[in-house]
Design a protein around this ligand. Structure first.
Ligand SMILES: *[C@@H]1O[C@H](CO)[C@@H](O)[C@H](O)[C@H]1NC(C)=O
Ligand SMILES: *[C@@H]1O[C@H](CO)[C@@H](O)[C@H](O)[C@H]1NC(C)=O
Ligand SMILES: *[C@@H]1O[C@H](CO)[C@@H](O)[C@H](O)[C@H]1NC(C)=O
Ligand SMILES: *[C@@H]1O[C@H](CO)[C@@H](O)[C@H](O)[C@H]1NC(C)=O
Length: 398
């Protein structure tokens, strides 16, 4: 019983040392909001969800609202309304798209001027208006923009490149524009963008990166002379992320050591008993006694599977991280309007058809076995992945 006492002591010590390192922040003054319970994005300081949060929850220029399709809408002073697909608070970036699924048309006249946002990674494109018989264009140089094209004309975009050949004579140059592309795309210098992927904008002020990395969230604090930006504990969600990792390491590892110790102790006892019962005892029987019990993992029943949330994918095909643009089961890309099902424990998404079959046979998430901590990147094989699926996490951006 000495080993058990020692293990208990280690456990107690590590928990108490851990509790003393948790920063003592006060709770955030505002609860985060969102327009869509599953797809989000989470709206919190410096953003403000109009008509849902008090004006002191966010800053001017960061106002958002929900539309009738539960999309999150940002209105830029010179470019109008955009859907916000994702907000990365740690890298202070937001990802926007056109609510009417014709982003090229919005890019043609895009400006973040007058807002707190700017494009961090821009790429210059020239838009061309060509007669429809201009069909032999080089797809590596020209991207057709179908939503701007008509029966008698095709609108194309090409990278503005001073050394490139002049545009074909049958085309009229419309405009050259600086497109605020996503950081992920900017890593592939010669990638051709279809100009339907989200635009990425960043904000520099207020600077909350350090607070976010510590697991806190920013908010306004009134100190008598006026309000200033301060770092708070996330209200409701309990411990900050760093503390959760601390607990996993502080409790998990000694716990594991303890379990291993107990198992060895039990094994030793069994072996000793077997030795004592004589060498002529039934040896195969002894071996099967020591074999670890393999629990048969059975699948889930229909009602349980049906109770997992489903989502109909929107035009932008954006899913909450850490999901890829393709289904990890069938390795085919998600398409707009497809029905996806997510595993509540870990928020991994799959085609509903694919995951239903899997869950009938296996009761756990195929990516992480239900563990919400780990996430295994999946290989995506289609070409479009070069622009959307190869996802070095955005929080890595400088
Ligand atoms: C929007 O969300 C509300 C609840 O949050 C839900 O009742 C409503 O059906 C949703 N509307 C759409 C169009 O998804
Ligand atoms: C482009 O934006 C300007 C305002 O910045 C507006 O006056 C103009 O009508 C817009 N053009 C188009 C084609 O939307
Ligand atoms: C392209 O040209 C056609 C006429 O040739 C015109 O009707 C159309 O509006 C133009 N499109 C753009 C985006 O300029
Ligand atoms: C396209 O061109 C044809 C003949 O050149 C003309 O009859 C037709 O009206 C044009 N369509 C549009 C949408 O401009």
């Amino acid at each position: 019983m000495d080993s058990i006492t020692a293990a208990t002591l280690i456990l107690t010590l590590s928990v108490s040392s851990l509790l003393s390192t948790i920063p003592s922040l006060s709770a955030a003054p505002c609860n985060p909001q969102s327009c869509h319970a599953v797809l989000g994005p989470e709206i919190r300081f410096p953003f403000l969800l109009l008509h849902h949060q008090s004006p002191s929850c966010g800053l001017s220029g960061f106002e958002l609202r929900c539309n009738h399709q539960n999309q999150t809408i940002l209105t830029l002073p010179h470019s109008g309304a955009f859907v916000v697909d994702h907000i990365d608070y740690a890298s202070q970036a937001l990802f926007i798209n056109d609510p009417n699924s014709c982003l090229p048309g919005r890019i043609l006249n895009f400006s973040a001027y007058g807002s707190p946002f700017r494009g961090a990674y821009t790429r210059s494109y020239t838009f061309l208006n060509c007669s429809s018989d201009f069909m032999d264009y080089d797809p590596t140089r020209y991207t057709p923009l179908y939503c701007l094209s008509g029966r008698n004309h095709t609108v194309l975009a090409m990278r503005s490149d001073p050394v490139a050949a002049a545009p074909p004579a049958t085309c009229r140059r419309i405009k050259s524009v600086e497109v605020p592309i996503e950081w992920e795309l900017s890593q592939f210098e010669w990638s051709q963008m279809d100009l339907r992927e989200d635009l990425e904008l960043v904000w520099n002020v207020p600077l909350c990166r350090n607070c976010e990395i510590k697991g806190g969230i920013c908010g306004l604090e009134n100190d008598g002379e006026g309000s200033r930006v301060a770092c708070f504990r996330r209200s409701g969600s309990g411990l900050p992320r760093s503390a959760k990792y601390g607990i996993i390491i502080g409790v998990g590892i000694p716990g594991l050591v303890c379990i291993i110790g107990l198992t060895c102790y039990a094994c030793g006892m069994i072996r000793a008993l077997n030795l004592r019962s004589g060498l002529n005892s039934d040896l195969p029987m002894t071996i099967s006694d020591q074999r670890p019990v393999i629990r048969s993992v059975s699948g889930l029943d229909g009602p349980t599977i049906q109770s997992y949330p489903t989502t109909v994918l929107g035009e932008s095909r954006r899913l909450p991280k850490p999901n890829d643009a393709c289904c990890p089961i069938c390795l085919s890309d998600y398409q707009p309007k497809e029905t996806l099902r997510s595993i509540p424990e870990c928020n991994h998404y799959f085609h509903a058809d694919c995951i239903d079959e899997w869950l009938k046979l296996n009761g756990s998430c195929p990516l992480c076995r239900n563990s919400p901590v780990s996430s295994i990147p999946t290989p995506c094989f289609s070409l479009s992945e070069s622009s959307s699926g190869l996802s070095p996490s955005n929080s890595d951006s400088p």
